[in-house]
Write a protein that binds this ligand. Structure first.
Ligand SMILES: Nc1ncnc2c1ncn2[C@@H]1O[C@H](COP(=O)(O)OP(=O)(O)OP(=O)(O)O)[C@@H](O)[C@H]1O
Ligand SMILES: [Mg+2]
Length: 233
């Protein structure tokens, strides 16, 4: 539980509200919260989606686990208390970005359900959309990928409290989306999330056609890629 130390503070009302910014940006500010095991593909998916959204003319931004720990959260480690504070701060920063009208993505392991629910709650209280995306990749695949060599270190006992090995990961119970990076390419998954955003009116209607066309192209490209792979087997 966070101790509140700030006293004698008064909320100052703004002159423009979120809908003014959303009209300007032709999109709905929201937080797309990626959660999953280490190496499950959170950053890859978030950055691929960010690239697509920007290319389509929407304002998107990724708050990435490792990147945020280089600055804002560099004073936090990986104890349960620090992990909690890490996610609390991200929840608050994401909320500010979403309120600014930005399609905000967070790519953090965020292993504990309670903290993700708290992030969802503060968005709900502010009337902001929150989309939890479970990057559902089996631990065997994550461990085989292990681009940072952290699973190996954890298995050797050189890294304590590693999520999935000696620290728990609590999968979401009711995520808005489940994506399978063990089965589909980042492009296919991007098309899946983009479809969700279009279907649920996160992006302005007159741009829908461009998005739909792009979703079809991404799916087709992947189909060609897959059939090429089959030919070469
Ligand atoms: N859809 C995908 N298909 C195949 N490989 C993928 C896919 N998504 C990610 N990967 C690969 O998985 C590995 C881990 O990806 P990434 O760094 O995005 O994971 P992460 O969940 O952000 O990990 P961390 O928790 O350590 O930040 C990388 O080598 C990446 O290329
Ligand atoms: Mg990452």
């Amino acid at each position: 539980m966070t101790t509140v130390k700030a006293t004698n503070i008064t909320w100052h009302s703004t002159h423009v509200d979120r809908t003014d910014r959303e009209r300007l940006l032709r999109q709905k500010g929201c937080t797309i919260w990626f959660t999953g095991l280490p190496s499950s593909g959170k950053s890859t998916t978030a950055f691929t989606l960010e690239h697509e959204l920007i290319s389509l003319g929407y304002l998107a931004y990724v708050l990435d686990g490792d990147n945020v720990r280089h600055g804002l959260n560099k004073n936090l480690g990986f104890s349960a208390a620090d992990r909690e504070e890490n996610i609390r701060r991200i929840g608050e920063v994401a909320k500010l970005f979403a309120d600014a009208g930005i399609l905000t993505m967070t790519s953090f392991i965020s292993p504990y359900r309670r903290e993700r629910d708290l992030a969802r709650e503060i968005h709900g209280e502010a009337g902001l959309l929150f989309v939890e995306v479970f990057v559902d990749t089996p631990i065997e695949i994550c461990e085989e990928r292990d681009p940072k060599g952290l699973y190996q270190k954890a298995r050797r006992g050189e890294l304590k409290g590693f999520t999935g090995i000696d620290d728990p990961y609590e999968p979401p119970l009711n995520p808005e989306l489940v994506v399978k990076t063990g089965e589909y390419s980042p492009e296919i998954i991007t098309a899946q999330i983009l479809s969700y955003l279009v279907r649920n009116d996160f992006l302005v209607v007159d741009e829908k056609n461009a998005c739909v066309e792009r979703i079809n192209t991404l799916n087709q490209q992947n189909a060609i890629h897959n059939s090429d792979q089959k030919c070469h087997r």
